[in-house]
Design a binder for this molecule. Structure first.
Ligand code: PEP
Ligand code: MG
Length: 547
């Protein structure tokens, strides 16, 4: 009877595949805690401001240290966020709001920071000038660090996490990653976050199993209790009964064996049981990703996200700067092909130096190719750089957020006119990203102007299920393996004919989905670099990964 009452499953969404078990380490958000508070008289405000100032100096120094640590652990691209945080913190502290909060409400520095940072983060969500991805999360992250420093917490709570713990948190922000990236964390379960959050990207990069969207995880789990994490299905199990624990242990063991075997064979091609070779490529954004991709036997790059090259700068890069950076990044891949995506901005990603007008529903507005066609100079500089690159290596140009065939027609027109201007006769293939239901349903028309297709299932899911990728309130609807999404994939597969139909959304990285994807006409998979061996193995023997 007792046994039947246990085995409580807390459902979430898969963030990174893998299975693990370990003791829970709970990490709560300090900005949501009840803080130490006292009344501040007008003549004490200066002193409180001085405390904030000292704490800020300390945080700025700590950000330097974090930057060095992450550069060593993960690479300089991941570390850039800390330099950006220093700039944001300096900018925020110029505001008079913290002083005013203490003067008007007679609250101490800790409470003022909690209130004002929450207010700033709230405003960010609707601010037309928000210019850095996840700016709200950045502000909350800085608020937490200031708070911790003010309260004299000399060590980050995650530094006290025992090895092999299952980290359970409300949300994980960049500054947190510094404290678990190097250690042996068994798995991660968070309440909030999306597939494209910093947390998800870092966890995948580290190869740790992870789940997000676990409702009230920090409330429902008790510190130190045994947890089972299924990062394939996106489920957390607490109070497992003996039978479940044993089953889990068995699966963890066989998974480990499978992963080790897959890693050994990662340089071999992935060939299906009926003899079809499926290229398994890497989704990359920087040099470190390429290194991991090469180590894991990538057959090339199936999605090079260029956003990082544009977002952490003060102006649009020149043609030569783009060419140098891209070709240097791709160099370790030697002659393997690279599908390079034109800048995908708009919606939640904007460029600080181009002041785009505010839009009523940005996610349905000027993003991806729509934005590029509205700013031909931005498109031209990329096309020229990629045309030049195509003279020395195998390149394909991917076009984000295609909805109608005219999107591809316009890009093709520009590629041809720029090519004839610089004297290039052999232009690189154009790949349309299929990320909207309209595109999935009009593949035949789009192929009039595209040479190949790649399904961006992250966006395809959000537009099909009408559920924002980053909105944890509707995560129940954000299911990239929902039959409705598969139906669209099936239609696209049936209409693609001989054209390559790849998939570079997160769905491609789920070994249990590989069999279904291949039988629906997908013939190229592109995934986060650490997942390549597992996905190659799933191509070779999909049934094993579906159990
Ligand atoms: C996608 O939408 O599935 C995709 C690969 O593009 P991104 O995640 O960069 O929007
Ligand atoms: Mg997309």
């Amino acid at each position: 009877m007792m046994e039947n009452q246990r085995n409580i499953e807390l459902p979430g969404t898969s963030m990174a595949p893998g299975m693990a078990m370990g003791k829970a380490f709970i990490y709560r958000d300090i900005l949501e805690d009840d803080l130490f508070r006292y009344e501040v008289k007008p003549d004490q405000v200066d002193e409180e401001c001085e405390r904030i100032h000292r704490a800020a100096e300390q945080v700025l120094q700590d950000l330097d240290k974090s930057s060095h640590r992450i550069t060593q652990q993960l690479g300089s691209y991941q570390a850039e966020i800390f330099t950006a945080h220093q700039a944001i913190l300096r900018e925020l502290l110029r505001s008079k709001e913290l002083r005013q909060e203490m003067e008007r409400k007679h609250v101490n520095a800790e409470v003022a920071i909690q209130r004002v940072f929450r207010r700033w983060a709230g405003k960010m969500k609707t601010d037309k000038n928000k210019n850095i991805m996840e700016r709200t999360a950045d502000i909350m992250d800085l608020g937490r660090q200031l708070e911790r420093t003010l309260m004299g917490m000399s060590v980050h709570p995650l530094e006290e996490m025992p090895e092999d713990s299952v980290l359970v948190a409300s949300q994980l922000l960049p500054s947190d990653a510094v404290f678990f990236s190097g250690r042996d964390t068994a798995a991660i379960a968070v309440e909030r976050g999306g597939p494209a959050s910093h947390c998800a990207l870092m966890v995948r990069q580290m190869g740790i199993p992870g789940i997000y969207n676990v409702t009230d995880a920090t409330e429902q789990v008790t510190a130190g209790e045994l947890l089972l994490v299924d990062g394939f299905r996106g489920v957390l199990v607490k109070q497992p009964n003996t039978a479940t624990s044993k089953r889990f242990e068995k699966r963890i063991k066989s998974n480990r064996k499978r992963s080790a075997k897959a890693k050994k064979q990662c340089r071999e091609p992935a060939v299906t049981a009926d003899g079809t070779r499926i290229p398994v490529m890497a989704n990359i954004a920087n040099r470190e990703d390429v290194q991991v991709a090469v180590e894991n036997g990538a057959d090339g790059v199936g999605l090079y996200r260029l956003e990082g090259l544009f977002m952490l700068r003060k102006n649009v890069p020149t043609e030569t700067e783009l060419l140098d950076e891209i070709s240097e990044t791709l160099r370790p891949l030697k002659d393997k092909p690279a599908l390079i995506r034109l800048l995908d901005i708009g919606s939640d990603k904007n460029l600080p130096y181009l002041n785009f007008d505010e839009e009523p529903a940005p996610c349905f507005g000027m993003r991806g190719v729509r934005r590029l066609l509205a700013h031909p100079e931005l498109l031209r500089v990329q096309i020229r750089a990629l045309l030049r690159l195509s003279q020395s290596r195998s390149v394909q140009i991917m076009v984000p957020m295609v909805t109608i065939k005219e999107d591809m027609q316009a890009v093709r027109r520009m590629v041809q006119s720029e090519a004839s201007e610089v004297g290039i006769s052999d232009t690189p293939p154009l790949v349309a990203m299929i990320e909207t239901p309209a595109a999935a349903l009009s593949v035949r028309e789009i192929l009039e102007f595209a040479d190949a297709l790649s399904l961006g299932t992250n966006d395809l899911t959000q537009y099909t299920m009408a559920a924002g990728r980053q909105n944890h309130l509707v995560h129940r609807y954000f299911k990239d393996n929902h039959p409705a999404v598969f139906r669209l994939i099936q239609i696209a597969g049936a209409e693609a004919g001989e054209a390559t139909l790849g998939i570079c959304g997160e769905l491609a990285g789920r070994p249990d989905a590989v069999g279904a994807l291949l039988s629906n006409g997908i013939n190229l998979l592109s995934v986060a670099p650490p997942l390549i061996p597992t996905i190659k193995d799933a191509v070779r023997q999909p049934r094993i990964w579906q159990e």
